[in-house]
Design a binder for this molecule. Structure first.
Ligand SMILES: *Cc1c(COP(=O)(O)O)cnc(C)c1O
Ligand SMILES: [Zn+2]
Length: 402
């Protein structure tokens, strides 16, 4: 049986193709590369019903993942996170079918584990021994830990004020870690210099083609969990936008192999007011975004001033009649508390922003009350213990609480 139906890599800009069994980074034209599969063969040879009995992890979709030999799979059990109904919260927004795809249950505490699992597995298959990457925290944590499991050396550069737990995760894994007094874009420049000088693998967002393949499994899972159907709207907290591009790619592939039918969901890119390059580009109907100066937000995972794949994100928004929207830090922090009170879930700040966007779009009528809506909570709130400010009374011994 064929484990993977991967066929080649393709440039979404100039359509040049590349071999999938040797190391590739960007296209010679500078664009990220996308992984392509022999979808006709998958359609003929793989039955949708055969998925059901498989393990509850993202490798259940191995035919549509790029790792060619099962022996190379590096896993910590990632994937098949819950798609939770949010009835109380939905009622407060005026939405009758609100769901949360909850990535807080995944290894390393964020959905970055999906990209790392597939990215590291493929790196192992390609014989990579050492890679470097810039990160806002969660991706570095996930890649460093999966690299440790694979026996691959990692060099990680992250902003000094990235969530401190992610720093601990990286350091504990034995990776080489540097903090930079700047943004992820500054870390990116240091990594670019390092990989050129040391001839090592560049695992920066979209500079290797496989992270997106891991993240796209969120799209497979949402479709399978809805009984092989698509929701009306999917909202996604967008930094580099890899997850959004991935979800759209997944749904397109499922449609192509005949496992899904109907209209694609309207995709919504949610950003923070302090860093909203995609929103600005979408409002101006542009094909690419511009660098966002002095970006800042408590939702650290979406503090990305300029994304390499911005044109792919914008393309997905335009093609699905979706949109882009920015949320203030104050709004997302209030929503984080509201969600915990209503549903008992402690979502990450990025997820909270995404719920705040659903609320606003429902109030404005952009989302109808009977539409099915999936919000991505991309990580665990407990990874950001200091972001939510709480006040509690401190008692002296012997004081009464009656
Ligand atoms: C990285 C990250 C995001 C943004 O993901 P992209 O796919 O790069 O846009 C959102 N939320 C969290 C928690 C993240 O760590
Ligand atoms: Zn190209």
């Amino acid at each position: 049986m064929t484990y993977s139906y991967v066929s080649h890599l393709e440039c979404p800009v100039c359509e040049k193709t590349y071999d999938v069994s040797t190391i590739q980074q960007l296209c010679t034209c500078g664009s990220p590369l996308l992984v392509r599969y022999d979808l006709d063969l998958v359609r003929n040879e793989v039955k949708r019903s055969s998925i059901r009995e498989r393990n509850h992890d993202l490798w259940r979709y191995h035919e549509l993942l790029p790792v060619q030999h099962e022996d190379h799979v590096v896993t910590l059990g990632e994937g098949m996170t819950p798609l939770l109904p949010m009835p109380e919260l939905g009622q407060s927004y005026g939405l009758n079918h609100l769901y949360m795809k909850d990535e807080s249950l995944i290894p390393t505490g964020s959905f970055k584990a999906r990209g790392a699992a597939v990215g590291i597995s493929k790196a192992k298959e390609l014989g990579v021994q050492h890679f470097a990457m810039p990160t806002n925290g969660n991706a570095g944590a996930a890649w460093a830990l999966y690299a440790a499991r694979a026996g691959i050396k990692a060099t990680i550069v992250m902003p000094q004020d990235a969530p401190s737990i992610t720093r601990t995760e990286v350091a504990l894994s034995g990776a080489e870690l540097y903090l930079v007094n700047g943004l992820i874009s500054d870390a990116g420049k240091m990594v670019a210099e390092k990989v050129t000088h040391d001839h090592i693998y560049d695992a920066s967002t979209l500079k290797e083609p496989y992270r997106i393949e891991g993240k796209k499994t969120m799209g497979f899972e949402i479709a399978e969990q809805l009984g092989w159907a698509m929701p009306d709207v999917i909202l996604y907290p967008t930094g580099g936008g890899v997850g959004l591009i991935g979800i759209y790619k997944a749904l397109q592939e499922l449609k192509e192999i005949g496992w899904l039918a109907g209209k694609f969901p309207r995709l919504v890119a949610v950003q923070a007011e302090g860093c909203a390059p995609i929103v600005k580009a979408w409002e101006e109907k542009k094909e690419r975004s511009e660098f966002w100066e002095q970006s800042t937000t408590v939702a650290f995972g979406i503090n990305v001033p300029k994304a390499l794949g911005d044109f792919l994100v914008l393309r997905a928004l335009y093609e699905t009649d979706g949109m882009a929207i920015a949320i203030s830090d104050q709004e997302l922090l209030e929503e984080q508390k509201h969600i915990a009170e209503r549903e008992g879930t402690f979502v990450c700040p990025e997820g909270a922003a995404t719920f705040a966007a659903a609320k606003r779009l429902a109030a404005e009528g952009w989302i109808g009350s009977d539409e099915s809506v999936v919000v991505l909570n991309t990580g665990a709130g407990i990874k950001y213990p200091d972001t939510a400010q709480i006040e509690v009374p401190l008692l002296e011994i012997g004081e009464s609480i009656i």
